[in-house]
Design a protein around this ligand. Sequence first.
Ligand SMILES: Cc1cc2nc3c(=O)[nH]c(=O)nc-3n(C[C@H](O)[C@H](O)[C@H](O)COP(=O)(O)OP(=O)(O)OC[C@H]3O[C@@H](n4cnc5c(N)ncnc54)[C@H](O)[C@@H]3O)c2cc1C
Length: 369
Amino acid sequence: MTDESAEVVIVGGGAIGASTAFHLAELGVTDVVLVERATLASGSTGKSAGGIRAQFADELNVRIALRSIAEFERFEELTGRPIDYEQSGYLFLLDREEDVVRFRDAVALQRGLGVPTRELSVEEALAIVPQLSPEGLVGATFGPLDGRATAEAVVAGYAEAAARRGVRVRQGEAVVRIEVAGGRIVSVETTRARIATGAVVCAAGVWSPEVARLAEVELPVTGERRWIHFTPHTGGLPRPLPLTIDFSTGFYFHTEGPGLAFGGREQTLDELAGPATRRLPALADLPVQSSWSGFYEVSPDHNAIVGEAPEPGRLLYATGFSGHGFQQSPAVGEHLAELVAGRGPTLDLSPFALERFARGTSREEAFVI
Ligand SMILES: Cc1cc2nc3c(=O)[nH]c(=O)nc-3n(C[C@H](O)[C@H](O)[C@H](O)COP(=O)(O)OP(=O)(O)OC[C@H]3O[C@@H](n4cnc5c(N)ncnc54)[C@H](O)[C@@H]3O)c2cc1C
């Protein structure tokens, strides 16, 4: 066990931890250790679909998306890493009139904030993806700003750029203890070192409640397993193909290399086959080559939980993204870095602080995939 010190310790090497490290370095805070117990992006980030969208119902999520998309657009220039970023859109398919009304309101909100989302007729949606079955559909929306990137590349880009500026990025090392005295953080103990520090950023994804509990902070986050399946080819679907979502069932698909990736809420391929092939009959003819699963870190209102605990001071957290944490990592990492450095926020994320649940001011994000 070695004795060290750092101004800040970041727990977790997923998109959120790596982005925070990068943004701290951007602000000149480089006396930082990022501790990842396995390998970078080995948690939910590496299991994600890499989707990035501005089509949200909560205004703050739209603002986070705009801020994050601006960073994804410049990512290679900022970090030196290409991330396969493509803006091929998100196509939401709607089969309930009440969803058409909700999405219409959200399109108005998004357009008011400068997001060029459009409401589409079913015929217009089919013109984009002709292989869709229109059965039951009553409407659709399309967001041309939306798209995808390779999540592991984003983590690598942030971590490498942070490391070049002096941030210590360590893998295969777990945080096991946070020592608090007099309401302040004193040190973090890992499986290899005792790091004297005054600030901890908990970015441990679905494992954040365990980490925050080391400092007696309770984060209301639960894990929900989600599967993605991969096919070796697309069966003739158009390219570029938008990330297409059957909103009521949660079934979605997008291109991944030469094939398709698809998923949903179901826990087995057999259960998913019904809703999937009803909307995309061509899928029935495609073999599934591989599958993997990871965890959504779900909060009570399906919005992120981001902020600084009142006690102990300087315990910051970001989790509870409920299926949209990868894409929010640029804006959330920037926000955490600003909180650590005592800077005014570029984007005020205080409505997403943990205290909202105790205050009764939780805010539901309705567009969860
Ligand atoms: C199937 C699937 C599809 C998804 N699709 C999308 C999508 O299209 N778009 C999107 O935005 N989001 C998507 N998500 C959600 C997204 O993956 C997560 O919200 C996001 O990756 C969370 O990032 P994170 O950095 O907070 O957590 P993680 O990536 O889970 O990183 C946390 C890290 O902390 C480490 N850790 C845990 N405990 C400790 C400890 N004690 N000490 C040290 N390290 C520790 C873990 O090993 C892990 O690497 C998807 C998720 C899944 C499962």
